[in-house]
Write a new protein. Structure first.
Length: 500
């Protein structure tokens, strides 16, 4: 019997009522294993209504109450991390170790939310004028929404809802319909931790559900992670409806390798950053820029390492890389490799014909490596979101920097060098929101914020860290003057002398 994934509204499972369902496949076999209910406008409205009702009490609850629930949730999440990783592998396809790493990075943000009391401290200035004090406080917004992608079905939601909930908001999550099960398990664990009904809700669906959330008058803010075209649409639409928006888009992350770099370390980094999680991550390195005469040596070192990667089902402990999420996506990724030579690139490794014995219908693609890629090639210009690494050549640092800064994306970047001065110059001159120095995937830890520049971010706030707390709260400044008790009207005696 096919598994059915329903919504989570008001603290309990809500069976889909629209009659519309989407297929969920096992990427390793290509078989449909699950169907997920798609929400109607009425079902979205029910989730928002549950969140709005819950906000009346949750928004006024004490910090101690909120963090106590989150501490319990953290313990449950830690205890069930293998189970959640298995759900991710079954529907996304990534290998178990990658899925466990995803849960671990989500736990970092739960840790941050457990200590939210420190970040919510206000400010006070006394005696700004005679008997006048000024204080600033931060208060929750109300009902907030998260719309999240398929590539991190547990981590990206946890970039959002723990902080939102800790700040006193209630939450409606619209996860990817391609791998929805992890979000429901998170909802169950939150309920088991004692989160009041309606504080966290999950609705599945397509554009119908998304558009209703963007337009709903009771939704105060929207967080999104996904492709740049959709991020731009989310930002434009939600902003036009008066909502606060943080919308994180796509990327084309460059790794600059200078002639003095440790080429073995650079090759190791390029392979793990380009091909880990089958390249389906917005912080993947998809373009290596080799400066000077090191290009041939670096490409050969990358090729030697890439050819040894074991590709297979995500639940096989021997697998180092799994399949892609869908056959449609697999075919799109393959098209960039198939057309690379005609656009002037040299195809060093072509993984488009790769299959796995016994799993021939899986969404497989092997490691692909393209060298001497021109900037006009589609393989360079587009975010491929697959295991395809482009190598570009430049003669100088300045030429490489100009190439990187000319990209419309500005998510993450890295430099490999032994020269501290060159690294310092790069981190100041490059136009990207996250920079690694001899670190290929510079995803910030939970107490720093994640976000790019240019077409990689729409909105003023990055996600999690201090920016996350500010996004999910709004500031209020209170100016206060109290009369001195000694000046109280006759008949009121507070025991203060009247001869001062």
């Amino acid at each position: 019997m096919t598994k059915v994934v329903n919504h989570w509204i008001g603290g309990r499972t809500a069976e889909g009522a629209s009659g519309t369902y989407g297929p969920v496949t096992d990427p390793a076999t290509g078989e449909v294993t699950t169907k997920v209910a798609f929400a109607s406008v009425e079902e979205v409205d029910a989730a928002v209504a549950a969140a709005k009702e819950a906000y009346l009490s949750w928004g006024q609850s004490s910090l101690a109450t909120r963090t106590t629930v989150l501490f319990r949730f953290r313990a449950l999440l830690d205890a069930h991390r293998d189970e959640i990783a298995e759900l991710i592998t079954a529907e996304h396809g990534k290998v178990h170790s990658d899925a466990l790493g995803e849960v671990a990075r989500g736990l970092e943000i739960v840790d941050l939310a457990c200590g939210i009391s420190v970040q919510l401290k206000g400010e006070l200035s006394t005696q700004v004028a005679s008997r006048v004090d000024v204080s600033s406080i931060r208060q929750p917004l109300g009902v907030v929404v998260g719309i999240t992608p398929f590539n991190f079905p547990a981590m990206v939601p946890m970039w959002m809802f723990p902080i939102a909930i800790a700040c006193g908001n209630t939450f409606v999550l619209k996860p990817s319909e391609k791998d929805p099960s992890a979000s429901i398990r998170l909802a169950e664990l939150l309920s088991e931790a004692g989160l009041p009904d309606g504080v966290f809700n999950v609705v599945h669906g397509d554009k119908v559900a998304v558009d209703r959330l963007l337009a709903h008058p009771d939704v105060k803010a929207v967080s999104f992670v996904g492709s740049t075209p959709i991020a731009r649409y989310i930002h434009t639409t939600a902003s036009a409806n008066g909502k606060r928006v943080q919308a994180l888009g796509g990327a084309k992350n460059h790794m600059l390798v200078l002639p003095d770099a440790d080429l073995d370390a650079a090759a190791d980094a390029a392979v793990s950053a380009a091909y880990g999680s089958a390249g389906e991550r917005c912080m993947a390195i998809s373009a290596v820029v080799a400066v000077g005469a090191i290009g041939d040596t670096l490409v050969e070192k990358i090729r030697e390492r890439a050819e040894k990667i074991k590709i297979g089902p995500g639940d096989d402990p021997a697998s180092e890389m799994g399949p892609l999420i869908t056959k449609v996506h697999r075919d799109k990724v393959a098209s960039y490799v198939a057309g690379a030579a005609d656009e002037g690139a040299e195809v060093v490794l072509d993984g488009t014909g790769y299959t796995v014995d016994g799993h021939e219908n899986g969404h497989w693609i092997g490691i692909s490596l393209l060298d001497k890629v021109p900037t006009t090639a589609k393989a360079y210009q587009d975010e491929i979101f697959g295991p395809v690494l482009c190598v570009l050549r430049t003669e100088t640092y300045e030429e490489a920097l100009d190439l990187i800064n000319s990209s419309p994306f500005g998510n993450g970047t890295a430099i490999f060098t032994r020269d501290g001065g060159a690294a310092r110059r790069f981190q100041l001159e490059v136009e990207a929101g996250m920079v690694g120095v001899n670190v290929p995937i510079p995803v910030p830890v939970g107490y720093h914020s994640f976000g790019g520049w240019k077409d990689s971010l729409f909105g003023d706030h990055h996600i999690y860290g201090n920016d996350g707390t500010h996004f999910y709260t709004r500031g209020k400044v209170v100016t206060t003057r109290w009369p001195d008790p000694a000046d109280a009207p006759a008949g009121v005696d507070l025991g203060f002398p009247r001869n001062h």
